[in-house]
Design a protein around this ligand. Structure first.
Ligand SMILES: C[S@@+](CC[C@H](N)C(=O)[O-])C[C@H]1O[C@@H](n2cnc3c(N)ncnc32)[C@H](O)[C@@H]1O
Length: 263
């Protein structure tokens, strides 16, 4: 299977490749910490899997694909639970970190350079697909959801964790030290593609009704939508300055969708 380096990329995919190659060095330490943790912890607030219970109870022998695997720690957690992971990511620099960590921690699995919107994998290759702030935030849902449906087996699950829609509505400009407000900052109808002022990377967000319509159109049943609250003992901002713990005690800053492809 070849890495997708040279074919013409959609404009947002090329912009995000350039951006993530630039950001990659800032994600090495966090990636290393997550690789070092034997058990999964999720998202901005580092909530343990034992509290959120997002993953399937039994992953042993399951073929898994991580869409936007970055430094690969999520797939490493799946490998430790007995899965056979594969990762795909759009950034050569992020994959360099992933390959380095694989060697350091002695957990090796295939990682491909490519766009989660159009992957090189055959139909029905995987039992479980996951994206933690990967394709689910940085790829176009109208392209990556049908692609996830294609590469999952009937009955396979798709789990993704991303910024909550209400956080997107409450953040003014996603600038350093300008956290989410208590009033809405933008319309929800028509939300899809976002480029924050002064940035070049392209994010994607959909209102809940549109996620439900799109997922169902592509054969997914929704099993759970977890609207994640910052733990009540979290008092400080996370390293992400766009939301404070105080805000995230009152409204969800993150949401996780657990879905299953109809059999
Ligand atoms: C916040 S990081 C993901 C974090 C990840 N859980 C980790 O272990 O590092 C976002 C990742 O999405 C990747 N990405 C962005 N657009 C993508 C696309 N169209 N296809 C695949 N990966 C993409 C980026 O290259 C980046 O590595």
């Amino acid at each position: 299977m070849t890495d997708q380096l040279s074919e013409p990329l959609p404009e947002h995919v090329a912009a995000n490749r350039e951006a993530w190659d630039r950001y990659a060095s800032e994600y090495v330490d966090a990636g290393h910490r997550a690789w070092s943790s034997p058990d999964p912890t999720w998202g901005i607030w580092g909530i343990p899997e034992t509290a959120l219970m997002l993953l399937p109870a039994d992953l042993s022998g399951k073929d898994t694909i991580e869409l936007g695997c970055g430094t690969g720690y999520v797939s490493a957690w799946l490998a430790r639970r007995g899965a056979r992971p594969v990762g795909i990511d759009n950034s050569p620099a992020q994959l360099e970190s992933a390959r380095r960590f694989q060697k350091e921690f002695g957990i090796e699995f295939p990682v491909h350079l490519g766009n989660a919107e159009s992957t090189p994998f055959p139909d029905a290759s995987f039992d479980f697909a996951i994206s933690e702030y990967g394709a689910c935030l940085w790829a176009d849902p109208y392209a990556w959801i049908p692609e996830a449906a294609r590469i999952l087996r009937p009955g396979g699950q798709l789990l993704f964790l991303t910024n909550a829609i209400i956080l997107q509505l409450a953040v003014e400009e996603f600038e350093e030290n300008d956290p989410a407000k208590e009033t809405l900052q933008r319309p929800m109808f028509g939300m899809h593609r976002t480029v924050w002022p002064g940035d070049t990377s392209v994010e994607f967000h959909l209102p809940h009704g549109e996620w439900i319509r799109l997922l169902r159109e592509h054969g997914f049943e929704i099993e759970r939508l977890a609207e994640i609250q910052a733990p009540l003992d979290a008092t400080k901002s996370s390293r992400y300055t766009f939301v404070t713990a105080e805000w995230a005690h009152k409204w969800p800053s993150e949401e996780a969708w657990l879905t299953r492809k109809r059999g």
